[in-house]
Design a protein around this ligand. Structure first.
Ligand SMILES: Cc1ncc(COP(=O)(O)O)c(C=O)c1O
Length: 364
């Protein structure tokens, strides 16, 4: 990776020190004497891995004792179904969903299979360039739950506040910004995030769920979709993704010991985003930021060129210069998406900002 900068939207960059430790563990976990790829999920070593990972998450996010921390499979897409299967089947009142981008758009039809859904707001007709204000959201105190996506990875839109009412169960897909900044955990009943942005490699999804939601699990769900079974089995109901959970533990240790926790991480992420948006704003006329200013994501910065022919040229030259993974999502083909997840360094962002300025000077 020397001289290369990984801005991939996901799976995203992991800290260099974590990659080195993971490499070592593939050869041999010193305290066990064999590769991490060949250690039983029922071993004492792996039990300690899961317990320590949970403990780091509890400390970093301030998770109270009445929440379970689960390491599940099936990605965030499985949560799109598992949540309404748990809470919406047979419900008298609709669940409320916000349609703020590509990923919330994927969650809504899955909920509709299970019960009544009310979409409170949709940004689709505007091409998902902004998020709703609180005044635009006519929430109901009767709703079965309220679901939103805190960071729309595809469009680069991020909530910088907590929407919804506190008396209704609040559920959030934090796949692309969990651990990027502190979270007011007590205001949520369920948070989910797959690992492959800020937490670790793909294969594991973290679900932080209030005991009351676990207790509400219907008895007739398939075992793999039953939060209660996973909570009772403490994330080893069946064979979990041992390697992905182990690398997640390494990332959590890195966050606490090298970065110093989520306040410190949030400051670094704020500086990275300000540096890049500042550069793009300075290149107005050549580059155009996708998101409305108040809703700009600190994790995914989306922009395009006023002259669309420049996008492929930029991406090609950037790749040759070592800036990788910046193509926009396949649904937004002429865009550039720069993902600034936790492991992306300020030095990488500085280097990219300089490259962008040079490119705009020569081509603008
Ligand atoms: C915000 C968000 N939610 C859900 C998903 C789907 O996740 P998965 O591929 O783990 O099912 C993604 C994928 O990138 C995402 O960014």
């Amino acid at each position: 990776m020397k001289g290369r900068h990984n801005f991939s939207a996901g799976p995203g960059a992991l800290p260099e020190s974590v990659l080195r430790e993971a490499q070592q563990a593939i050869a041999e976990v010193p305290e066990v004497g064999v590769s991490v790829l060949g250690i039983s999920h029922r071993s004492r070593w792996f039990r300690e891995v899961v317990d320590e990972a949970e403990e780091h998450l509890r400390v970093l996010l301030g998770i109270p004792a009445h929440y379970r921390v689960l390491f599940l499979q099936g990605g965030s897409t499985q949560q799109f179904s598992q949540i309404p299967m748990t809470l919406l089947r047979g419900a008298a009142h609709p669940a409320e969903y916000l349609h703020t981008g590509y990923w919330s758009g994927k969650s809504i039809p899955e909920a509709r299979r299970e019960g009544p859904v009310r979409v409170l707001w949709s940004g689709e007709s505007d091409g998902f360039r902004r998020l709703p204000t609180d005044r635009e959201l006519e929430t109901s105190a009767e709703a079965t739950y309220f679901h939103y996506v805190s960071n729309e990875t595809v469009e680069g839109l991020q909530f910088h506040r907590v929407p919804g009412r506190d008396e209704v169960r609040r559920i959030c897909d934090m796949s692309s910004d969990l651990l990027g900044a502190p979270v007011d955990m007590g205001r949520y009943d369920l948070i989910y995030a797959h690992a492959q942005k800020n937490l670790g490699p793909s294969g594991v999804t973290v679900v932080i769920v209030h005991d009351d939601v676990v207790a509400a699990t219907p008895k007739d769900l398939p075992a793999m979709l039953d939060y209660r079974l996973h909570a009772e089995a403490r994330s080893v109901y069946n064979t979990p993704p041992v390697f992905a959970i182990f690398v997640t533990l390494l990332v959590l240790r890195w966050l606490r010991s090298e970065i110093g926790g989520l306040d410190a991480m949030a400051s670094i992420n704020r500086r990275k985003a300000e540096r890049l948006y500042g550069t793009l704003d300075g290149l107005k006329g050549v580059c155009r930021v996708w998101a409305a200013e108040p809703d700009r994501s600190r994790m995914n910065v989306l922009f395009d060129f006023a002259e669309p022919r420049l996008t492929p040229v930029f991406l090609r030259e950037a790749e040759e210069a070592g800036f990788l993974g910046m193509e926009g999502h396949r649904t937004l083909p002429d865009t550039v998406r720069v993902s600034l997840y936790n492991a992306v360094t300020e030095a990488s962002v500085d280097a990219l900002a300089g490259f962008l300025e040079d490119f705009a000077r020569i081509n603008g």
